[in-house]
Design a binder for this molecule. Structure first.
Ligand code: PLP
Length: 396
C-alpha cells in the first residue's frame, strides 16, 4: 500500500491513539526487571494506578489483554460449578459469559436487548430468589463497547445491598476506566477488570484487576485451577515493586507517563471532556437523522457512540468507504450488530478538533456511500463545542 500523507484517524473504540509523550516514554532500553531501577518504576506505577480506579486497595497488572484479566477475576475467586449472574449487555458481556462456562462455572445470563445496560431491578429479583446464596458473583460490563451503553454500577451495588446478598460484584471497565467516572471503593466493587488500550491511552498488552478485601478473602477458598493468574503470586513480589515473571517493562514506562498525563489534566476534567465529546457526537447523529443504538439517555456512553444505519444499508460498506477515502477507521458492528451499526470512538487522547475531523469524515462518508441522511451533523457538533468553549471562557 502506498504512503498516505497525514495521520490515520484511529476512531475505533480502542485501541486508541497513543500520545506522543507516551510513545517517547516507551522508546527506552529495556532494563533488568530484578534490579533496583525497575523496583522504583514498579512501586511507582502500582501505587499511582490506584488513583484511576479510585481505590486504596491492591491493583494487579498483568502482561495480557483484557480477556486475561476477565479470567483472572473468575479463577481467583470462584470454585467449579459456582453460580454467577451476568447481564447480557452486548457482545463483550456474552464473551465473558462464554469464558465463565469454559472455566466450569455455572453462569446465568440475564437477557438483554443490546440497547440497554444491566438492569439493577432484574439483578435484585434474581438475588432475592436465591435464598440459599448459591450465586457467588454478579458480573457487569460497565461500558459495553459493542453498543455504546454504560451500566449504572452504583445502582447495581444498591440493588445487591438492598437484598443483603453476599455475592461478589465484578465489573469490566475495559472501555470506561480513565474515560468515564468509575469508583471501585465507593461502589463496593470486589474485582474491577481493566485494559491498557483505551482510556489509559497505551498500546494493548496490559490488563488489571483491582481487588477488594472481600475478594481477597474469597480467594482463600476458591478452587478453580490457576497458575499464571494467581493473585497471591503477584501480590508478594508487588509489595517491593517486582513481578513473579517477566513484566512488560516498556509498557510500564508508558503507563507511568500515561498516568501522569491523566492526573495532570485531572480525572474530573478528563471525564468532562469525554462527556462533551459524546454529547457533540450525539447532536451530530441526530442532525444526520440517524438513530443512536443506546435507548436510554441515562446510559449514553461517553467513550463511544454506536449509530444504526437505515434499514437496507450496510454499515460495513460505509466504514470501508470512509477508510478508503478519508483514512479513518471506525468500529464495526459486532456479532448480531454486524452491518447494522458503526461505532465512533471518542475516547483517550482526543480533543475538539480531533472530534470535528472524525465527524467530518463520517458526514462525507455518508454522502459518498449514498446513505440517506441530512446534512448539518458537523455543524450541530461544532455549534455545541463552540457554545461550551464560550461558557468556559465566560467562567474564566
Ligand atoms: N471487555 C470489553 C468491554 C472490551 O471492550 C474488550 C475489548 O475490546 C474486552 C472485554 C476484551 O479485551 P481484550 O480484547 O483486550 O482481550
Amino acid at each position: 500500500m502506498s504512503y498516505r500523507s497525514g495521520r490515520h484517524f484511529l476512531q475505533i473504540p480502542g485501541p486508541t491513539n497513543v500520545p506522543d509523550a507516551v510513545l517517547r516514554a516507551m522508546d527506552l532500553p529495556t532494563i533488568d526487571h530484578r534490579g533496583p531501577t525497575f523496583a522504583e518504576l514498579g512501586e511507582r506505577v502500582l501505587d499511582k494506578v490506584r488513583v484511576v480506579f479510585k481505590t486504596e486497595q491492591p491493583v494487579i497488572i498483568y502482561p495480557a489483554s483484557g480477556t486475561g484479566a476477565w479470567e483472572a477475576a473468575l479463577v481467583n475467586t470462584l470454585s467449579p460449578g459456582d453460580r454467577v449472574l451476568m447481564s447480557e449487555t452486548g457482545h463483550f458481556a456474552a464473551l465473558w459469559y462464554q469464558l465463565a462456562k469454559r472455566l466450569g462455572l455455572d453462569p446465568e445470563l440475564l437477557p438483554g436487548d443490546w440497547r440497554h445496560g444491566a438492569d439493577p431491578e432484574a439483578i435484585a429479583r434474581c438475588l432475592a430468589e436465591d435464598e440459599e446464596h448459591r450465586i457467588k458473583a454478579v458480573c457487569v460490563v460497565h461500558n459495553e463497547t459493542s453498543t455504546g451503553v454504560t451500566s449504572r454500577i452504583a445502582e447495581v451495588r444498591e440493588a445487591i445491598d438492598r437484598i443483603s446478598h453476599p455475592a461478589l460484584l465484578m465489573v469490566d471497565t475495559i472501555s470506561s476506566l480513565g474515560s468515564i467516572d468509575y469508583r471501585h471503593d465507593e461502589w463496593g466493587v470486589d474485582v474491577t477488570i481493566a485494559g491498557s488500550q483505551k482510556g489509559l491511552m497505551l498500546p494493548p498488552g496490559l490488563s488489571f484487576n483491582a481487588i477488594s478485601q472481600k475478594a481477597l478473602v474469597a480467594a482463600r477458598e476458591a478452587r478453580l485451577p490457576k497458575a499464571y493468574w494467581c493473585w497471591d503470586d503477584m501480590l508478594g513480589p508487588n509489595a517491593n515493586g517486582f513481578f513473579p515473571y517477566t513484566p512488560a517493562t516498556n509498557l510500564l514506562y508508558g503507563l507511568d507517563k500515561a498516568l501522569d498525563l491523566l492526573l495532570e489534566e485531572g480525572l474530573e476534567n478528563v471525564f468532562a471532556r469525554h462527556d462533551r465529546h459524546a454529547e457533540a457526537t450525539r447532536r451530530a447523529v441526530r442532525a444526520w437523522g440517524l438513530e443512536l443504538l443506546c435507548a436510554d439517555e441515562r446510559e449514553f456512553s461517553s467513550s463511544l457512540t454506536a449509530v444504526l444505519v437505515p434499514e437496507g444499508e450496510n454499515a460495513d460498506r460505509l466504514r470501508q468507504v470512509i477508510l478508503d477515502n478519508f483514512d479513518m477507521s471506525l468500529g464495526a458492528g459486532l456479532s448480531k450488530l454486524q452491518g447494522r451499526v458503526f461505532r465512533i470512538g471518542h475516547l483517550g487522547d482526543f480533543n475538539d478538533l480531533s472530534l470535528m475531523g472524525t465527524l467530518a469524515g463520517v458526514e462525507m462518508g455518508l454522502a459518498c456511500a449514498g446513505i440517506p441522511h441530512r446534512q448539518g451533523g458537523v455543524q450541530a457538533a461544532m455549534a455545541y463545542l463552540a457554545e461550551e468553549a464560550e461558557g468556559d471562557q465566560a467562567k474564566a
